[in-house]
Design a protein around this ligand. Structure first.
Ligand code: PGA
Length: 248
């Protein structure tokens, strides 16, 4: 019922020319993949390059961030309309690196999510606990708070994607075990059902992110509530990302 989605988050890697080469390679490598959805999220500067290389292919693209205002005196920001014009189907909102280094809060994540939806783009809303929060046994309450505030005002017929990314697993090589991830994914889905109804909970994809690699993707995907991956480091190489996409 939920088509798996595997999204690559380039973070601050790849120039325009590197992205052209990468996207050409990815398009060729994934030409025959149909039963799962794939997206790449390069830096803003390389969005036009992926649009050029991937247009007409089954691979979608998206942004790593977005501003909530339509336009205005907001130096350095990019609006959802601007992303729409570049053909973005997705926009990541609230990645933990934005929360950690750039003052992102649940409230700003919420504004970004709404702006993205108005533009007809699917937000990928990121949530997840830090190591400290996990060790203090507050994982569920942190995720609950991030969802309550971050998804406030969402209507139950909207399409969003949630990415559960335990902060301690991002870029550290420490993946959550499939069971650890499943436990939180099941909790997230139960929260979705409680707030937005069973249908919404059944249809909404919850991705796992945090050191996803070709050799751990299958085990993660075998869990009933894991609907795909948000992949950082391992998406930067075409071969490694294609292997992740082609998990069995
Ligand atoms: P990672 O990053 O795969 O490099 O751990 C995931 C993410 O930050 O989305």
């Amino acid at each position: 019922m939920r088509k798996p989605l595997i999204a690559g988050n380039f973070k601050m890697y790849k120039t325009i020319s590197e992205t052209h080469i990468y996207a050409k390679g990815l398009r060729a490598a994934l030409a025959s993949v149909a039963d799962r959805e794939v997206a790449v999220c390069p830096p803003f500067t390389a969005l036009a390059a992926v649009a050029e290389e991937l247009r007409g292919s089954p691979i979608a693209w998206g942004s790593q961030n977005v501003h909530w205002e339509k336009q205005g005196a907001f130096t350095g920001e990019i609006s959802a309309e601007m992303l729409k014009e570049l053909g973005c189907r997705f926009a990541i909102a609230g990645h933990s690196e934005r929360r950690q280094y750039f003052g992102e809060t649940d409230q700003t994540v919420n504004k970004r999510m709404h702006a993205v939806l108005v533009a007809g783009i699917t937000p990928i809303v990121c949530i997840g606990e830090t190591l400290q929060e996990r060790e203090a046994n507050t994982t569920f309450s942190v995720v609950e708070r991030q969802m309550k505030n971050g998804l406030q005002g969402l209507v139950s017929n909207a399409t969003i994607v949630i990415a559960y990314e335990p902060v301690w697993a991002i870029g550290t090589g420490k993946t959550a075990t499939p069971a650890q991830a499943q436990e939180v994914h099941a909790f997230i889905r139960s929260q979705l059902a409680k707030t937005f109804g069973d249908t919404f909970a059944k249809l909404t994809r919850v991705l796992y992110g945090g050191s996803v690699k070709p050799d751990n993707m299958s085990a993660l995907m075998s869990q009933p509530d894991i609907d795909g991956g948000l992949v950082g480091g391992a998406c930067l190489d075409v071969e490694s990302f294609s292997k992740i996409v082609r998990y069995q």
